[in-house]
Design a protein around this ligand. Structure first.
Ligand SMILES: Nc1ncnc2c1ncn2[C@@H]1O[C@H](COP(=O)(O)OP(=O)(O)OP(=O)(O)O)[C@@H](O)[C@H]1O
Length: 640
């Protein structure tokens, strides 16, 4: 299917602040030509890159995956002042075969020089071949005339061998074009991500025949590195901290010297004997990665970037404002154009993408900037529309795509829920002592139910009770119980030190983040200590401060949706997270959301049965020791 195309002059140009509201489909929106103008939501990073490009400075971009780091690096290459691009040639060195010579020529000249050498070599070879044929022919004719056939054949063979050995190999004198910039008018962009030392710094191939003089000449075995191909342009390296220290050190040397000779990288190879003259490598380094990457980064390399460049911490979300929503309209138009196979999006379909951007940010009044993932949704919706041969992508296509294009984590979460239901790992009705339906996040935003079981027994040791936590999140559990032991005592008057407390995360799998489980753990422990059942129709999330306040956590939308999927009727979340809740319409009637500020409110809502009243009365009795802020909430719990 071909996309309908509005003539360029009739398109809405957002850069000129034209009114975007009038657009019917993304076909009406003009996509900027320059990559730097296509970058959405990273204004500070864009400004820095523009500044860095003017001065040819290095840049370190730190941020989440898929937010536009490599796009910025490409944009920078487009912006670099158009310097004289060069072709680099490597010539044989007659005096020292293992030290090939380097020559730089204006772009486009390199190929011509190589061709001239080739033609010369060819004509020399042809002349010599002709001469050889004449000499051998003469010997053979003489042999025929003197009837000395055998002697003539042997003589011709010997002459042939001698000439072959003595013949200078003209081909060997032809230089090799290392870097070819013919026809290029933009600074090069080279992505060196994940490349090993040879690919990055250049290499000399091994030649098993080099000792016999029969092999490929040294200069012909020289291969340029990415640092050389990026000469006068941008060298982009993602996840720079994963690169070997030695390679980072060499990279630093190349950056400082702006030239770097090529040698064989493998010590046992004949290439290691070869070392060329210095090859120009005047590149701008754009390094990137997430915060952890800094740990693996060579200190001197980082300091070089800091001293002669800029460091930028990129955003993963932007304010949900009318201007930023317009930028997302441009984003959808860009992705459609880039893909080239999917139809344009109707304005309603774009609205749904914007709504999803809101949801995915997981934060109040923000839009996600993890645009690679959002682009995935655009393409999935486009594919569905294309399959149906629809002229444009509609809101229904986007909704279907959201269902189909579920992330791996979301699919895993669904399967866990099914499995756990089948094996009754958790319950979604009735009440149970020491069992809590906690909530966690897997991947970056998929919620998952995390059942937690606690048992309390009188301490076996006379001195002090123990906290025994099993399951993959054991450490978190121990820490959480230690942190909240004061809160438990404050709420129940019971000291956990008189008990051995066993906690288990039931069937917790790798990749589950359990940081926000402390409210759930405390509830399970209190329930077990006090023998008060927990309502199994409630799911919980929240982080507990040592004072007993419920602190905000990440991913509430995903967690609430997971609770609803698992059949929970109510979900307790931190009050301060209420503004982040953007659950899908279909879940709204399924689950009641209860915002809480303190542990007492959690207990009021999570515990059940007559025993709860006993505990509340007990809590009230000890409220003399409880800070004032808890008293009113115990008497007057907030339920929504
Ligand atoms: N800020 C942005 N503006 C416009 N498009 C974006 C932006 N961020 C990501 N994209 C889209 O996502 C794609 C991937 O982005 P890019 O490769 O730049 O991400 P990245 O941050 O370099 O990720 P990684 O670190 O995983 O390589 C881009 O080609 C573009 O389509």
């Amino acid at each position: 299917m071909t996309n309908p195309t509005v003539p360029v002059e009739e398109k809405i140009d957002l850069e000129k602040k034209e009114d975007v509201q009038t657009y019917k489909s993304t076909d009406d929106i003009k996509v900027p030509d320059m990559i730097i103008d296509q970058i959405i939501g990273q204004e500070e990073a864009v400004e820095t890159v523009i500044k860095a490009a003017k001065q040819r400075r290095n840049v370190l971009l730190i941020g989440e995956p898929g937010i536009g780091k490599s796009m910025l690096a490409k944009g920078m290459a487009e912006l670099l002042p158009p310097e004289e691009l060069q072709d680099i040639l490597v010539y044989p060195n007659m005096e020292d075969n293992n030290n090939p010579l380097i020559g730089a020529l204006p772009a486009g000249e390199g190929k011509k020089v190589v061709n001239t050498y080739r033609i010369k070599a060819k004509s020399k070879d042809e002349k010599r071949n002709l001469l050889m044929m004449l000499v051998i022919g003469g010997i053979l004719i003489a042999g025929v005339l003197t009837t000395q056939y055998l002697a003539a054949i042997i003589a011709a063979g010997i002459v042939l061998l001698i000439i072959m050995q003595m013949r200078p190999k003209n081909n060997m004198l032809v230089p090799k074009l290392l870097v070819n910039n013919e026809g290029k008018n933009m600074a090069p962009f080279v992505d060196g991500t994940g490349s090993h030392a040879g690919a990055l710094l250049g290499d000399v191939r091994h030649d098993p025949y080099q000792s016999g003089g029969l092999g490929t000449p040294a200069h012909d075995r020289v291969e340029p590195g990415m640092i050389h191909k990026a000469n006068k342009g941008v060298l982009y390296i993602d996840e720079i901290g994963t690169m070997k220290m030695k390679t980072q050190q060499e990279l630093l040397t190349a950056m400082q010297e702006k030239k770097y000779s090529i040698t064989g990288q493998s010590e046992s190879s004949s290439g290691a004997m070869v070392s060329t003259d210095e090859v120009p490598c005047d590149f701008v380094l754009v390094a990137s990665g997430n915060l952890q990457v800094l740990e693996g980064m060579h200190i001197a390399l980082r300091s070089r970037i800091r001293g002669y460049g800029y460091e930028v911490f990129m955003k993963d979300s932007m304010k949900d404002s009318p201007e930023n929503r317009e930028k997302l309209v441009q984003f959808v138009a860009q992705e459609v154009k880039k893909d080239g196979r999917i139809p344009h999006f109707s304005s309603e379909a774009v609205q749904e993408i914007i709504h999803e951007a809101q949801r995915r940010s997981g934060k109040k009044d923000e839009l996600t900037l993890r645009l690679r993932d959002l682009g995935g949704l655009v393409r999935a919706a486009g594919d569905i529309a294309k399959e149906e041969s629809a002229p444009a992508v509609t809101i229904d296509h986007v909704l279907t795509a959201k269902k189909l294009a579920r992330t791996l984590e979301q699919q895993i979460a669904d399967r866990y829920i099914d499995q756990r239901k089948t094996y009754s790992v958790f319950e979604s009705d009735g009440s149970k002592v020491g069992m809590v339906n906690g909530l966690a996040i897997i991947g970056d935003r998929s919620g998952i139910l995390l059942p937690i079981a606690a048992e309390a027994a009188p301490a076996q040791s006379k001195d002090e009770g123990k906290i025994i936590a099993t399951g993959k999140l054991g450490e978190i559990a121990k820490e959480a119980v230690q942190n909240v032991s004061a809160v438990i005592k404050k709420n129940t008057g019971t000291s956990i030190t008189d008990h051995d407390i066993h906690i288990q995360f039931l069937q917790a799998y790798d990749g589950i983040e359990g940081d926000s489980a402390s409210v759930s753990i405390a509830t399970a422990v209190i329930s077990a200590l006090e023998n008060v059942p927990v309502d199994q129709t409630v799911a919980l999330t929240g982080s507990l401060s040592v004072r007993g306040d419920v602190m905000p956590v990440g991913g509430v939308t995903g967690k609430i949706e997971a609770a609803a999927e698992a059949g929970m009727k109510r979900v307790i979340i931190p009050d301060s997270n209420m503004a982040d809740v953007l659950i899908e319409e279909k879940y709204k009637d399924k689950i009641e959301i209860i915002p809480v500020k303190t542990m007492s409110e959690v207990l009021e809502n999570a515990l059940s049965g007559t025993e709860k009243d006993r505990l509340v009365t007990k809590m009230k009795k000890i409220t003399g020791k409880v800070p004032k802020d808890i008293i009113p909430t115990i008497n007057n719990p907030t339920t929504h």
